[in-house]
Design a protein around this ligand. Structure first.
Ligand code: ZN
Ligand code: ZN
Length: 439
């Protein structure tokens, strides 16, 4: 296959279209019509909550086994690892997450979910829906497995397919990684993943620098001095101090972060007090803090600590009573693509899938992902890309003042399975053949 440095070759290929692209897309389309379409339908109708993906994992294991992979179940919970060894060459990992969400589906689709489950977080029965498109990811993974198994003479190396639980709770990647993933199955040379996106036109391939934000969960505990509400001079009011801290924190993003570096500091909860006429002795703030780089992460977390402590000093609190800033261990780092590898795959996609279908549209939100837990420690070159999932007509309708395109996690969320699934398979197979192919 093409070598990464061959930019010149990439341009000359406009004159000599690649050999396998149309054959590949026809083959994927046939597989969609005879197998993958019905499989997506099945997964969409049968979503399961995070950590409880038992039947989904079982079906994935049997699909991947049938495709000729060596399959291990119950890795880090309900996770599945499928291996296909095919001689010499790099080891490449491709991950698909498989969990649904506690959302009642109102998409209007013929195969809308009517499933309910007991939510392990609350103990209550909740409706369940594939409201983030993970059904597209696992269906695409099966399509990829079937293509790669049928094309063993076109590549060499080891393909590792990962079916991951509990992405929506930020747990699955860590639990699989912590279950001796690399020790048991080998450490990949490259790690790949995709997410279908309602923000992009169906079938488009979106490659950006940092597709997902990093997130930290922070608690600030303010120790006041309790008093009668009529005697404020006898206390230290944690509600007034907490309010000053909330406002001062707004300057971190507005005044300290370079304007081209995205960051979010949101105080999502502020609890204090019991009664009208009592000055409380404690307030607790709960924050979500988001970044797209480790530098921004440090700036925001250090800034929060500095502001909280110094506002405490300004309020006259003693050194041993300053506000405490607690950063939860359950953090997710930002998902940052390995630049050179992303460039290499972008060229391959442009050549094989078509320049017009490859876009670079940075996401507008600061949503996080747990995929970096596979690629951070040790560091593994990785690319995470988006696959558009909304028909162009839906964007036209929204632009004309009609119903807006529903976002991920909405009850109205609706991905067009075709061409999302086929584009998922096509982009993955092209990436794998680029990395493991022998052209
Ligand atoms: Zn989601
Ligand atoms: Zn998702």
């Amino acid at each position: 296959m093409r070598k990464p440095s061959c930019l010149l070759l990439a341009t000359t290929l406009f004159l000599a279209p690649a050999a396998y692209s149309s054959e590949l897309s026809e083959s994927i389309q046939q597989d969609y019509d005879s197998h993958l379409g019905a499989l997506w339908d099945h997964f969409h109708q049968n979503p399961e909550l995070s950590t409880l993906e038992f039947r989904t994992a079982e079906r994935m294991a049997s699909e991947l086994r049938e495709a000729g992979f060596e399959v291990t179940e119950q890795v880090g919970g309900t996770g599945v690892v499928a291996m296909l060894r095919n001689g010499n060459g790099p080891m490449v990992m491709m991950r698909a997450d498989m969990d649904g969400l506690p959302v009642e589906e109102r998409s209007g689709l013929a195969n809308a979910s009517a499933v309910t489950m007991v939510d392990p977080l609350t103990g209550t029965t909740v409706p369940v829906m594939h409201a983030c498109g993970h059904d597209v990811h696992i269906t695409s993974l099966v399509g990829t497995a079937r293509q790669m198994a049928a094309r063993k003479d076109e590549w060499g190396g080891t393909l590792m397919l990962i079916v991951q639980p509990a992405e929506e709770r930020g747990m699955g990647a860590q639990s699989m990684h912590g279950d001796g993933l690399w020790e048991r199955f080998g450490q990949p040379d490259y790690a790949l993943a995709l997410h279908v996106s309602s923000e992009n036109v169906a079938g488009k391939i979106n490659v950006t620098e940092s597709p997902y934000a990093g997130v930290d969960t922070v608690d600030i505990i303010i120790h006041g001095v309790g008093a009668h509400g009529a005697s404020p001079h006898r206390g230290k009011d944690p509600i007034v101090l907490g309010s000053q801290i909330v406002l001062a924190l707004q300057t971190l993003v507005a005044r300290e972060l370079p304007p081209r570096s995205p960051g979010v500091v949101t105080v999502g909860s502020f609890h204090s007090g019991t009664k009208h006429n009592i000055i409380s002795d404690r307030a607790v703030l709960q924050l979500t803090v988001r970044n797209t780089s480790l530098e921004t992460r440090d700036l925001l977390l250090n800034g929060i600590k500095r502001i909280a402590e110094n506002m405490g000093r300004a309020a006259g609190l003693p050194e041993d009573k300053l506000p405490e800033v607690i950063i939860s261990p359950g953090t997710a780092p930002p998902t940052i693509n390995t630049a050179q590898l992303a460039r290499r795959l972008r060229i391959a996609w442009s050549e094989e899938i078509g320049d017009s279908r490859v876009i670079e549209e940075p996401t507008k939100t600061m949503v996080a992902e747990d995929f970096p837990f596979f690629t951070m420690d040790p560091e593994i070159p990785s690319v995470y890309w988006g696959v558009g999932g909304t028909p162009a007509e839906d964007f036209d309708r929204e632009a004309a003042g009609g119903a807006p395109v529903p976002s991920h996690h909405s009850p109205l969320f609706k991905i067009a399975p075709e061409p999302s699934v086929t584009a998922g398979v096509e982009s993955t197979v092209v990436a794998l053949l680029e990395l493991m192919g022998d052209r």
